[in-house]
Design a protein around this ligand. Structure first.
Ligand SMILES: Cc1ncc(COP(=O)(O)O)c(C=O)c1O
Length: 372
């Protein structure tokens, strides 16, 4: 009998989750931490959606749905997205979270050796999902301003490049791409024949964009948009997202969903449809105030790019120390954050999530400012 670890695939071994695990191990030892590490809203699912989920379960909507999701939800999302983008976005596929959409998008497009470009810092899943598909992540440094520098991105394009993955508003920096940056990304995609995968999961959390989110989908029909309900409606555990884009790609993703996730959670799709009518302005306004609270305080001492969306801020560790060392020291002072090397090839910055109470934020900022 071989040892149990002999059964493990190279694919599984290619995924390294050690960075985030270290943080969780440290966190497990803390009692009542000032927890600035959590990547989810601190408000609850809107009441209307909870009731709709319970009603759907009681009404017997507990079976598989069509692979692509229930028609009323898909139709509504297609209509809303088409209005927003000023063109028909094509088919919509309801996915098991944006994570599900990302996995299906990568499996549907990436062959071994194909390359996908994205900015550093990045949402950590991109790298690992590409590894699972045998694709090559090509990671383009965006420090220190975390903006989209078209010249740097273009230099990284090769004949093997297939995808340009954009994430705006960004996790972990909170940066929102400008209209001009979006247009330069679209120009590159057109010129080099790339598919843009636009991860817009933080779309409602925009603090300085009265005209809405600049999106490649407005300008380029080679854009696959991924959005979801995890962050917008605090439904991280409901596992609901959606993908909209070129029919040829959505239909391959649907086929792959049929043999993997099968469908997104059935009764919760009914509830998501109801959730679309709940105005989330109050929550966004509250997070804008929290962004201001944290940025105004920390920017007195820390080097920070001002976040414009999502609920993260990504300051630089002070005095040239590594982010891992700084985060370890902060944890000893009861403040829990995530070191930047979890999201980056560098270990210089750290991520704070400000989706928590003002009191915790004030306490956390005070402790961090005392650490210079
Ligand atoms: C940028 C980004 N994309 C996708 C996801 C996945 O979200 P979910 O699978 O819960 O929809 C997250 C979650 O943190 C994220 O930050």
């Amino acid at each position: 009998m071989p040892s149990h670890s002999d059964f493990i695939s190279q694919r599984a071994l290619a995924v390294d989750a050690s960075g985030i695990r270290k943080v969780f191990d440290l966190a497990a030892k803390m009692s009542d931490p000032i927890n600035l590490s959590i990547g989810l809203p601190d408000f609850d699912v809107p009441e209307i959606a909870k009731i709709a989920a319970i009603d759907a379960i009681n009404a017997g909507h507990n079976r598989y749905t069509q692979t692509q999701g229930i028609a009323p939800l898909r139709d509504r999302l297609r209509k809303d997205l088409s209005t927003e983008f000023g063109r028909d976005v094509g088919e919509v596929l309801i996915t098991s979270g944006v994570s599900g959409g990302l996995l299906l998008a990568i499996l549907a497009t990436i062959d071994p050796g194909d390359e996908a470009l994205f900015l550093d810092p990045y949402f950590v899943m991109y790298k690992h999902l590409l590894a699972l598909a045998g694709g090559k992540p090509v990671i383009v440094d965006s420090y220190p301003d975390f903006r989209f520098h078209a010249d740097r991105v273009e230099k990284a394009i090769t004949p093997h490049t297939k995808l340009l993955i954009l994430n705006s508003p960004s996790n972990p920096t909170g940066i929102v791409m400008t209209e001009q940056e979006i247009r330069s990304a679209v120009d590159l995609a057109r010129k080099h024949g790339l598919l843009i995968v636009s991860d817009e999961i933080y779309e409602p959390f925009l603090y300085d964009a009265p005209r809405g989110l600049p999106s490649a989908a407005k300008h380029y029909d080679g854009t696959l948009v991924l959005r979801g309900f995890s962050k917008s409606h605090a439904m991280t555990g409901w596992r609901l997202g959606y993908a909209a884009g070129p029919d040829a790609i959505i239909s391959q993703m649907t086929k792959l969903q049929q043999y993997t996730f099968v469908c997104a959670p059935s009764p919760l799709q009914d509830a998501a449809l109801k959730a679309l009518d709940v105005p989330m302005k109050e929550a966004v306004d509250a997070y804008r105030r929290k962004r201001d609270l944290v940025y105004d305080r920390l920017s007195k001492k820390f080097e920070i790019a001002r976040p414009e969306g999502a609920f993260y801020i990504f300051p630089k560790a002070p005095n040239g120390q590594s982010a891992s060392d700084f985060v370890t020291k902060a944890i000893q002072r009861n403040v829990l954050m995530i070191p930047g090397n979890v999201f980056s090839e560098r270990d210089t910055h750290f991520r704070i999530s400000y989706a928590t109470s003002d009191k915790k934020l004030e306490q956390g900022c005070e402790i961090l400012l005392s650490m210079f």
